[in-house]
Each structure stands twice: as structure tokens, then as C-alpha cells.
Design a protein around this ligand. Sequence first.
Ligand code: TLP
Length: 345
Amino acid sequence: MHDVVDLRSDTLTLPTPAMREAMARAEVGDDVWEEDPTVKRLEEDAARRAGKEAALFVTSGTQGNLVSVLAQTRPGQEIVLDRDCHIFNYEVAGTALIGGVQTLAIATERGFLTPEQVRDSIRPSNVHIPRTGLVCLENTHNRHGGTCCTPEEIEAVAAVAHAAGVSVHLDGARIFNAAVALGRPLPDFTRHVDSLTFCLSKGLGAPVGSLVCGTRDFVARVRRIRKMLGGGMRQVGVLAAAGLVALETMVERLAEDHAHAQRLAEGVARLPGCRVDLAKVQTNIVIFRVEREGGVVALVTGALARKVKIHQIGPAAIRCVTHKDVDREDIDRALAALREITSSW
Ligand code: TLP
């Protein structure tokens, strides 16, 4: 049990004692000179796990997505993505501003483009029309509540894109959650995409960093772009060391977070004025709608007064994310707080 139950995001997880120990002992060098042995180990480990030729340690998921888009598009092209995805909503329009690409954002049911949607969105060759540069997917899907798409769904979408000569990028910030939830090995999810980003600093609990994975040639290109964006880091093995511990020790336990999210969602579904789509609660995110005027603010502030932090993500929507620093008792405490607030509704 923790003093404060913080369900705002899994980005709030604190490094474990084993991570801190590994950070203190990390062997380091200048990584811009490619002389940091710990970063090299992390990149090799990440590439092997993802089933890709190579990987690059980047500062964040946002940077990982941006360098991936820049490396695979040219200014004036168009990228195709789901309307609720992170790249389109929460990355400060970086692909437009820095990459000079426009986005074709498509509404989807669970956050995943269908092969038909991709087929319809790929631009024909015509003097008036932008060229399609890249298709971007997100798994698990944040704004759809941690939904997972299967390796087969990814394969079908990628086949359509590739047939048109268009590459596919996967924002796999929480791809390990999908792998654990569906009980499938990571390479099943990555085999058909050209590039992917995954994060160490969400459910895996490392303090900083993400990995971008793809071919050796792609990684050489993103290394230059990362440098251009000011993301060339020096003795960054101190951070990579925590990432190695995260990959070794924190993946399997994600199942616990999923069970906690399930418990939380079932409890929220019983509250008056709150509606949650239980079919979408597949991993560690619970999004629920509050059907009462002023209800969201009442819940967020009322919960805070009871030392429970939850996050408003829309005029009538709240997001809760479970993670390693929230245990079962914390979930029950959060539910008790929400029950108390809604008891008079
Ligand atoms: N998401 C954060 C916020 O930015 C919303 C969160 O609290 O969930 N892809 C996906 C699917 C993400 O959810 C996030 C972070 C990122 C990329 C970006 O990662 P960072 O925060 O490392 O830049």
C-alpha cells in the first residue's frame, strides 16, 4: 500500500532498487562517439527482443516516433494514422513542423486502422495530390484505453501498405503490454513493420528512454536525425543500465497491472454515473466516461482530497493507468474513494 495512489500514468513509475544499483555501477563512455558499452548492450538486447537488425536508444517515445517519421518520409508527403493516436494528438505537431509532412487522420473503432482504411487512404499518383509516405500504428492504443491489436491485424495492414510501396511504423510505447496480454512473443508484433518505438519509462519502470528498432540502414539514419534534434547523449550508459534491468525483470509482471486494471474497471462500472467499456480493458489502462454535469471535476478533485490521483482526458472522460507502484490494496482504496464521491449522485 502506498501513501498516495497515483493512477495518472505509468510514466510516473519510480526506478527499482536494482535499477539504481545498476545505474551506479554502469560502465560508460561517450555514446555520440559510439563508445558507451552499456548503451551498446541495451541496443543489442532491444534489437534481439524486437527481432530487428538494430536499435537506437532515444530520449523519449516522442523522439523515437519523430526520428522514425523523419527517416522514412520527405517534406510534402502525407502520413496515415488513426485519429486518436499519440503522434497526432500529443507530440506537439512535430511531424508537421519538423518533418514537413501532413497527416491523414482516420477515425477507427478500437484505435487500429483496418486494411480497407489503409487501402482507401493511400494516394494515387496524380500531379495534384501528396504522396503517401508512411503508415503509423499504435499498440497498445493509449486513447482507446490500452486496447491491443493482434499480430495478424498488423500483418494485414502492413501487407496493404507494402504492396503500395509504403513503409509502416509502429508506436509500440506499450508493446510489451500487448505481448503479455495476448500471450504472444514480441517479434510476432514487429515482424511486419519497418520500424518501431518502445518505451522503457512506462510500465517497465525505467526512469528515462525509449528504443527505436529497424534495419541497420534505418538505424544509421535515425542516429543522424537524433543528433540533429539534440538527442546525442554522452555518458548515457547510466540510463541504459536501468533500461537493461527493466527489460530483464519488468516485462512478465505487467500481467499484474492488467489484473489490477480489470479489477478497477469492474468496480468503476458499478458506480453511478460512470460508464466503462469493459471489452476495451485489455491491458493497464481504464478510460471511463462520467455522465453527469461537473462530474469529472468532482471526481478528480474529490479523489485528490483522498490521496488518489486520476487524470481527466476529455470533457467527460477520466483515464486511470495501473503500474508497478500501485498494488491491489491501492486499487481498492481508489475504488472506495470514487464510491464515496459518487454515493450521492
Ligand atoms: N504517453 C503519455 C502522455 O504523453 C499522454 C501518457 O501518460 O500516456 N506513444 C504513446 C502511445 C504514449 O502513450 C506515449 C506517452 C508516447 C508515445 C510518448 O512517450 P514519451 O512520454 O516518452 O515521449
